[in-house]
Write a protein of this length. Structure first.
Length: 275
């Protein structure tokens, strides 16, 4: 006896064709790169059940940095890094470029938001004990990111080339010049010569736009990789430990790079020998 099957309706067929059209480029990219699976693992990985909004400070800091990067690129399209044109280009951005006042305001005040969020994020990490084993390297990377973020704010302060920016930079360079051993060399490097002038603006602009952002992007990539590899820490009141139990003694399989040991410091149990 033949069993009648229900044919899909035209609406279902159109929906299926639309879904296939959306999935095709994703499948094409995934088959050749594996990036789709990596992004899916990054977005949908398991986290402790008792996490709260304090764990979002890292994501908020990353968002603030991305806003700074995007607005900085837009401002660089209209900014002229020369002493005779810097201030007038800033005025042009603020008064004449479409939505320039908004982009400049987001970049100016976003710098303070970025640094404040970094301090809050590192405070949360310290209070939660997330800097302990095995996350010491990630803590060091975070400290480096904090230093680079503050350097980014310092180098960007001179770029408007007004009286406030000029004299604040003079104070900052003189403070760096008081450091032992490397202080005088560092002050001369930041000035771009014997005194603050056009070379100083060029040095600060290149550091602000090229050197520090590149280093920050690289460290953020390493930071995110370590977060994904080691997982998210639990709050101090959680029943689950924030870190891992340190394993003392010899680690089997850790003789070299070609024989990596198991992750998490877990030593496999030795097989019982018969007597």
């Amino acid at each position: 006896m033949a069993i009648a099957t229900r044919r899909p309706s035209q609406a279902q067929l159109r929906k299926q064709r639309m879904q296939d059209a959306i999935d095709y480029p994703l499948d094409w990219v995934e088959e050749r790169t594996g990036l789709v699976g990596a992004v899916r693992y990054f977005l949908f990985r398991k986290v402790p059940a008792d996490t709260n909004w304090m764990q979002t400070l890292g994501s908020a800091t990353l968002t603030a940095f991305l806003v700074q990067a995007v607005t900085g690129v837009i401002l660089a399209m209209f900014y002229k890094p020369t002493p005779g044109s810097a201030y007038s280009s800033i005025q042009n951005i603020t008064d004449h470029v479409f939505m320039g006042w908004l982009v400049r305001g987001m970049h100016k005040w976003g710098a303070s938001v970025f640094i404040i969020l970094m301090f809050l994020h590192m405070g949360r990490v310290f209070l939660f004990g997330a800097y302990k084993y095995p996350r010491e390297i990630n803590w060091i990377v975070g400290v480096l990111l904090l230093v680079l973020g503050m350097m980014e704010g310092f180098t960007g302060y001179l770029l408007p080339w007004d009286q406030t920016a000029y004299w604040a930079t003079v104070v900052g360079i003189n403070l760096n010049g008081t450091a032992p051993f490397l202080g005088p060399w560092l002050a001369q490097f930041l000035r771009g010569g014997a005194e603050i002038g056009s070379n100083t603006l060029t040095v600060f602009y290149s550091i602000h736009m090229l050197l520090i952002p590149g280093a920050i992007f690289a460290l953020i990539g390493l930071h995110l990789y370590l977060v994904i590899r080691l997982g998210v820490t639990s709050p101090p009141w959680s029943k689950e430990a924030a870190g891992m139990e340190r394993v003392n003694g010899h680690r089997p399989g850790r003789a070299g790079l070609l024989r990596p040991g198991p992750r998490g410091g877990v030593i496999p149990a030795k097989p019982e020998s018969g007597e």
